[in-house]
Design a binder for this molecule. Structure first.
Ligand code: 5GP
Ligand code: ZN
Length: 135
């Protein structure tokens, strides 16, 4: 039995305030908003993290993110957005169905930026890490 809460939202077994549905994704208002119009967008296919999503659905998902942002822009007129997701438990993911947070931002809303998520660069220098990627 599928106990995933977001799969239940997709299957309309539990209600949500949906703002967009496409063949491959659903966008709905977060039940505990961190900003006016905080929305989550999920692929209809159950995967936990982005690495599990096939390339075609990934492409569709980012296009659907763009469409949802446009809808929010038209209705709520934010001044900017933070868009991202918690990919894995270590990154703060609670619901185990991939979901992208779309946070509309408003001038002087007292929020931070992506940089406020973590400030712990670890022991390896930037140069050492760069060497790990050099061919
Ligand atoms: P996470 O920490 O996993 O990235 O975020 C999960 C998000 O899903 C949270 O922001 C939480 O408020 C939201 N959420 C959890 N359960 C529900 C639900 O039943 N309905 C809606 N609309 N949002 C939910
Ligand atoms: Zn699911």
């Amino acid at each position: 039995m599928n106990t995933c809460i977001f799969c239940k939202i997709i299957n309309k077994e539990i209600p949500s305030h949906m703002i967009q549905e496409t063949p491959s994704s659903l966008s709905f208002l977060d039940i505990h908003p961190h900003a006016q119009g905080h929305t989550v967008i999920i692929p209809k296919k159950h995967v936990k993290i982005l690495a599990e999503l096939n390339d075609k659905t990934t492409q569709e998902l980012i296009l659907d993110v763009k469409k949802t942002m446009q809808l929010l822009q038209n209705k709520l007129h934010p001044d900017g957005f933070n868009v991202g997701w918690n990919d894995g438990v270590a990154a703060g993911q609670v619901v185990g169905h991939l979901h992208i947070h779309i946070l509309p931002r408003y001038t002087n809303d007292n929020g931070g930026s992506m940089h406020s998520i973590i400030k712990n660069p670890g022991k390896r220098s930037v140069e050492d890490i760069a060497k790990m990627f050099s061919k």
